[in-house]
Ligand binder design. Structure first.
Ligand code: GRF
Length: 204
């Protein structure tokens, strides 16, 4: 007879700058017992971001930080402080969910292959901002979303998984974006579930 050692919930740290719908989708899967994970901290460079409000309502530690003087990245010292905060919370997987800054320094070295992002296109197509608009402008008939490891580039890291969605006749940027986001809310928890399963069991 074999005895199964249970896995402890995977400790997630979520970084976001926006409304937090992906954060909520992940939290909902955890609450329903479908994802063996725990969101232990949420961090944002935008103090008024919806993601922080939702986290607080759920009782998750939610911390706003000043990103410093750059527009598209964090100051190296600040990125170091963010990485240290995640380590203090014993985060095992860093989940970027609408985090609007490039990470370059300690977040990549301290969380190598343990930091992932979701992007609203079928990468490598349409990197950067408003990817759903780029898909419409390009006349694509298929759009989608991608979860990938984070590297120093903009949406350039190794692809983990993708979901396709159709572009429908008469789609506006808003309708296509909504369809892509619905796919994101299914894909991101599913990818995180893969990280939950592929790690050693908790020590007894
Ligand atoms: C998502 O569409 C994601 O693809 C992009 O930023 C958006 C974040 O949305 N990286 P939300 O804050 O999770 O609602």
């Amino acid at each position: 007879m074999t005895t199964e050692t249970p896995l402890l919930p995977l400790r997630l740290g979520v970084l976001g700058s926006g409304k937090g719908s992906n954060f909520r989708a992940i939290a909902a899967q955890i609450a329903e017992g479908k994802l063996n994970a725990e969101i232990v901290v949420v961090l944002s460079d935008v103090p008024e971001a919806g993601i922080l409000d939702y986290a607080r309502k759920m009782g998750v530690p939610a911390i706003a930080f000043d990103p410093g003087k750059f527009r598209t990245k964090l100051e190296p010292e600040i990125e170091g402080q963010v990485a240290a905060l995640l380590e203090e919370h014993r985060v095992e997987l860093v989940v970027l969910a609408g985090f609007m800054r490039i990470v370059k320094y300690d977040l990549l070295t301290k969380f190598s292959r343990r930091i992932i992002n979701i992007h609203p296109s079928l990468l490598p197509k349409h990197r950067g901002l408003h990817a759903w608009e780029q898909a419409l402008l390009a006349g694509d008939t298929v759009a989608g979303c991608t979860v990938h490891y984070v590297d120093r580039g903009i949406d350039t890291g190794e692809i983990i998984a993708q979901t396709e969605v159709p572009v429908q006749t008469g789609d506006s940027p808003e309708t296509l974006h909504a369809r892509i986001q619905a796919a994101e809310h299914e894909l991101y928890p599913r990818v995180i579930a893969g990280f939950c399963e592929n790690r050693p069991p908790a020590a007894e």
